[in-house]
Design a protein around this ligand. Sequence first.
Ligand SMILES: [Zn+2]
Length: 353
Amino acid sequence: MVRRPNGERSSVKCRVPEVILTNRDRSHHRIAAACLIAAAATGGCSTEQGHSRGGGPHKLARPAAESPGLAVAGHGGPTAQAAPAPQAVDPAELEAAAKAAQADAAAKQQADAQAKAAARAEAAKRWGVAKTPLAAPPPPATKPALAPGAPGVKIRPGLPPVVYRVPTTDKVVFLTVDDGAEKDREFTRMIRELGIPISAFVTDYLARGDYGYFRELKDQGVAINNHTLHHPDLRRLGDDAQQSEICGQQASLQQQIGVRPRLFRPPFGEYTEESLRIAGSCGVTAVPLWNEEAFPDRMEYRYGDHLLKPGDIILTHFRGPDVWRGDMRDMLRRVLQVVTDQGFALARLDDYL
Ligand SMILES: [Zn+2]
């Protein structure tokens, strides 16, 4: 805060001809940084008068051509008045402002991460999860490239790639949940409170009794993907029937959940080249399969070393105690035990594929 020569208080936005920025507190540093950007964009900054402590909106000057009362020469109006030339801003001051803003952001990020970790540990205790699950790193800015020959990826020209393991060096694996028979709302609450991302592959005839359950999952960030209308073995179907099963479920999910999935998983992991072509024709860009399968009482592995690898896809199901020795919460406890013990975090498949 500074005083103008006439004693009027002014909330300073940046250096303007009659006001010099002297207060070096953090918020002014941030404002100075914002003004640098504004100066670059508009050739000037603004001051607001009489609201020194109110924290009111920080308005930036509009470009001259948009300001009322000013017309641009050559457009029929009166000749534009030149705005006062902006003064040079002290680079050292701006650098300090940028550093202070950066330090602020880093401190806030750290505090957020600590609060999240504490909430996660608390939720883990509440849900009987032995070790607090590790937090996934931020999603990659660009999805990993699926190159021919990459382990865990099958690529045929012009067809959606089939993926067992996403090529990544992040220490993450992905939990995918198929079919839709069991609709366990305690499981929904558990993954929300633990912050565990999953991707669902939904079969219409199993979900249809309560699509609301899957809408709730979607609303809390679960990716909803395609697992056909009736869960057939696609190898036994003709082209038209495959088209109906795959593209029909794209349309059904669009109507019921409001999503048109990019990911498709064929029932039993069985498909033909035609299945892939049809899936590609109705918007599918990748076909994830799996390297591990999770149950409440065990994990099954495709490979004998029983070790997770970065990018592995884990399969499980919306199933309950009628077919399992346990429920979906027991299944998740089992998965988290294995994943955390091996030093991995669960991440969201759709962010990587
Ligand atoms: Zn299935």
